[in-house]
Write a protein that binds this ligand. Sequence first.
Ligand code: SF4
Ligand code: SF4
Length: 344
Amino acid sequence: MWDASKCDLCGDCLVKCRYVDYDKDKAASDIKLLMDGKAADILDRCITCNACFQNCPTGADPSDLIYKMQEKIGTGSIVAAFKPFIDAVAKAFEDEGKGGLIIEGDPDKPALSFDSFVFKQFPEGTLESRMFKGMTMVRGKKYASLVGMGHMGGASLAERYGRKVIEGLAALGKEIVYFHNEGYVLADVKARELGIPVPYPYRHLFEYMGDYLRRNPNGITKLNKKVAYQPNCAVRWIPKQDVWLHEIFELIGVKRVSRKYEGLNALCCGGPALAVNRELATNMQSDNIRDAIDNHAEALITICPMCDAVLRDPTAKAGLPQIFITDLCRMALGEVSWPVQFKS
Ligand code: SF4
Ligand code: SF4
């Protein structure tokens, strides 16, 4: 959460932003304008990649300031593009109890939260995987992480409705496994910042799948593949996720290639960027995919339905298989086959 008291106007956040070309003075001046509640050039050029959250040396959280000001000023292309969706999410919370779907599972098993995504946004057969057998499945606006709305001009939604989401999940009376990064971030990061108690145990999908694979080693056939990883923007809030991912890759015999666009240097999938600057977004996608191929990746692994959707055509055109993380684990469990993909 933005903390003005930590900002010394060093400008690092926007000087290091790969999507603008600001010098230190321009960067500091834009941040100062935003701090004073005024519009600044960065609002319409920021593609909401979250990198400046990590690039700020003092922990002031400039990305939060930028997203809040994008929403407040309301004139940027991201805000305009996603306004109908953000309004629909807000309405679902105002109309108490609407917009949630529960598929009941075994009473003693955890619930798997799919955020506000529809099930068909995940690979076919995901819900039937033996990894998730007997789990209660929940999805819908009522269970939206809300954290991701900051990428769509809805930065205030987590603060306005985060408590309702947590209460809705608490009402299930179960451990919650978050399928999507942003759901985990709401519980593990934002709820703390907002003073919202989280009265249930929870885990990230990677923790859950790592645990499942560790407990079922006999069902695993090592894949012996090299892959590139496409983190989504919320990974910047959960750096410990890398440790969980590393364990999963080890358990299923996958090696993550070292490449230019990794870690702090990771590229956005291009999703929100398409609303800001289509040419920038498509160039970024090509650079990202070329980097994976040049470093001998045999597939690009995605973890977010939005990243997965926007990268699917460009990876297909480049002849690089794209695999959602759950499907990668299902391949090691013999539930699905490694994709055969040819350059189109
Ligand atoms: S938000 Fe952080 S990086 Fe940006 S100007 Fe302030 S202190 Fe520097
Ligand atoms: S969120 Fe990303 S695109 Fe936006 S200012 Fe920060 S680093 Fe730049």
